[in-house]
Design a protein around this ligand. Structure first.
Ligand code: GLU
Length: 329
């Protein structure tokens, strides 16, 4: 009897919940792949979720409910995110513009296995390629990395992919280094400060906490990367552009640093529902002022540029719908 009553109650509670969920519309859970916890991707993914939830809260007052719940876990970075989106494990991800290009077009490490359902949503901040060297390493630029202990990045990260692409272009194999480590973006600064490596390569937004651990923390310097290799790459590939890391960004940046870089982009899959991508795009763009304040690397974000710069995969129809409504397309 007792058992029956409990079952009955549970049933009533379940019915009540179903009715509430029905009244509110369907709940959709989305996850956004980011990068290491000290990088800018992690801040970007969490900023996007925050705006999605802000819209949800405001919508509850005005009766316009999108029903989306969002999470943005730390991940291995660009190519990990693209791979997980292809598998349907992530709905969105942040990825470097060069890896968006290669994944969609089936070039570089995606040769023979293009991801044709990859869709662009918008681009975010520029990511200059940083060559970061120990304060007393004496390394002046790219060529100075030969014979040194260099972190080339963890598998799955954008900087690892880009570093391999650069090494291939320069006809360098791993053995040009005394040691090539595969540390994550969070581990590499500490390793440099502890004297375990001499330099690392990092494609990342400016400024960010990970780089300041090495520069402000133990006197590491960011060196120019504007040699013939860099010139050739910028000339040849549409996804590279010259970039500056302004003097004063970090304690040891006493001059502007000239280098080149990519864009951080926000991507999804053609399999993700148009309405979901529309709502996420809308939450970000309708609240762009708030977005700009959520990390100093987002300070100059301009929606007009975000809908075109660094995008090579087709726009997701949900994003395109919002941009057309706004008259931006
Ligand atoms: N560009 C890096 C990558 O693709 C991540 C940078 C960041 O975490 O902000 O892995």
């Amino acid at each position: 009897m007792r058992k029956f009553v409990i079952a009955g109650l549970t049933g009533a509670v379940a019915l009540g919940l179903a009715a509430t969920a029905g009244a509110q519309g369907k709940r959709t859970f989305i996850s956004i792949g980011t990068g290491g916890p000290t990088g800018v991707y992690f801040a970007a993914g969490n900023a996007i979720c925050r705006l999605v939830h802000k819209e949800a809260a405001e919508g509850r007052k005005s009766g316009r409910q999108h029903g989306i719940r969002c999470s943005a876990p730390s991940t291995g970075g660009s190519t990990y995110n693209i791979g997980q989106i292809a598998q349907g494990e992530l709905d969105f991800g942040v990825a470097q513009s060069d890896w968006q290009f290669h994944a969609y077009n089936g070039s570089s490490t995606y040769k023979g296995k293009p991801f044709k359902k990859l869709r662009a949503v918008f681009s975010i901040h520029p990511e200059p390629l940083h060559i970061i060297v120990g304060g007393s390493s004496g390394i002046q630029g790219w060529d100075g990395l030969k014979g040194k202990r260099v972190n080339i990045g963890n598998a799955g990260s954008g900087q690892r992919g880009t570093m391999e692409f650069l090494m291939e272009t320069a006809s360098w194999k791993k053995d040009v280094f005394q040691l090539a480590t595969e540390l994550t973006s969070t581990e590499q600064s500490k390793a440099l400060c502890d004297g375990k490596i001499d330099a690392f390569i990092y494609t990342v937004g400016v400024p960010n906490a990970g780089v300041s651990v090495a520069t402000d923390g133990c006197g590491a310097r960011i060196v120019n990367f504007d040699n013939d290799l860099a010139k050739g790459l910028v000339k040849k590939y549409p996804y590279y552009a010259w970039a500056k890391i302004p003097k004063g960004t970090y304690k040891t940046a006493t001059e502007d640093v000239t280098t080149f870089g990519v864009m951080a982009t926000f991507v999804s899959s053609a399999d993700v529902a148009e309405q979901t991508v529309y709502e996420v795009t809308r939450a970000v763009m309708d609240n762009i002022e708030d977005f700009r304040k959520l990390h100093p690397a987002f300070r100059d974000l301009d929606p007009k540029k975000m809908i075109s710069d660094g995008l090579s995969a087709p726009l997701h129809p949900g994003a395109a719908r919002y941009y057309k409504e706004k008259g931006w397309m």
